[in-house]
Ligand binder design. Structure first.
Ligand code: 5RP
Length: 224
């Protein structure tokens, strides 16, 4: 089975976690795109969606799914999103698609986080995937030096020869060389550095369930 097929499989399996009649939180990325395509098949049975990126919003709307502002809805039942890495306790690295800030906001508004991922994303310790960190541009160099003290090499993410600009008008640093053995402490620490908008460790907003796409089918990891 190709990685694309594994993503499609978990995108479809995620429909079982959508609460009928309610608003669903929708993440960002190629796995979530598969989920959105499936969600369109049951759009008449949900109240709509809140979205974590302009890209997902556009895809949802194109398929006729109403998208609400987070400020106009209360707590949502479930948030469904992918991950770049997930560990055996449901902690994740996210932000490969540069949408980490809105992803963390929507995740914080949801009672349950259902992660959908192919099996390549499961790791023992977070850090092999370069950690995305959204930063205020004027702080990028100092934050780069702060990561160097953790043996992390931070590189400014570029697109088309210029720094990538997020949906929030900020920049992304991708940090290599980290081994994040205590994700909760790491997230708390880095989140306090001046100029950090969002660190791509999702430990405080960890997954409750992961639907992992494997050649043998969908494996459900329940983190409680
Ligand atoms: C976007 C994300 C994505 O969830 C993550 O990058 C996984 O993406 P994909 O499903 O394309 O592998 O965090 O900011």
């Amino acid at each position: 089975m190709t990685q694309d097929e594994l993503k499609a499989m978990v995108g479809q399996a995620a429909l079982d976690h959508v609460v009928v009649g309610e608003i669903v939180g929708v993440g960002t990325g190629s796995t979530v795109n598969k989920f959105i395509d499936e969600l369109a098949l049951m759009k008449d049975r949900i109240a709509g969606a809140v979205s974590s990126s302009e890209a997902s919003t556009a895809r949802l709307k194109a398929l006729g799914i109403p998208v609400f502002d987070c400020n106009d809805v209360g707590e949502i039942a479930v948030y469904i999103d992918g991950a770049d890495e997930i560990d055996p306790r449901g902690h994740m690295i996210k932000g490969g698609g540069a949408a980490l800030t809105r992803e963390k906001i929507v995740a914080a508004q949801a009672r349950r986080f259902v992660c959908i991922a192919d099996e390549s994303k499961l790791v023992d310790v977070l850090g092999r995937f370069p950690l995305p960190v959204e930063v205020i541009p004027m702080a990028a160099q100092r934050i780069t030096r702060q990561f160097a003290a953790f043996n992390g090499e931070a590189i400014l993410r570029m697109r088309g020869g210029a720094p990538l600009v997020t949906d929030n008008g900020q920049h992304i640093l991708d940090v290599r060389g980290l081994m994040i053995s205590d994700p909760l402490a790491f997230e708390s620490e880095v989140s306090q550095w001046p100029g950090v908008v969002t660190v791509g460790v999702f430990a405080h907003q960890r997954a409750h369930v992961c639907l992992l796409g494997m050649a043998t089918g969908v494996r459900t990891l329940d983190f409680g």
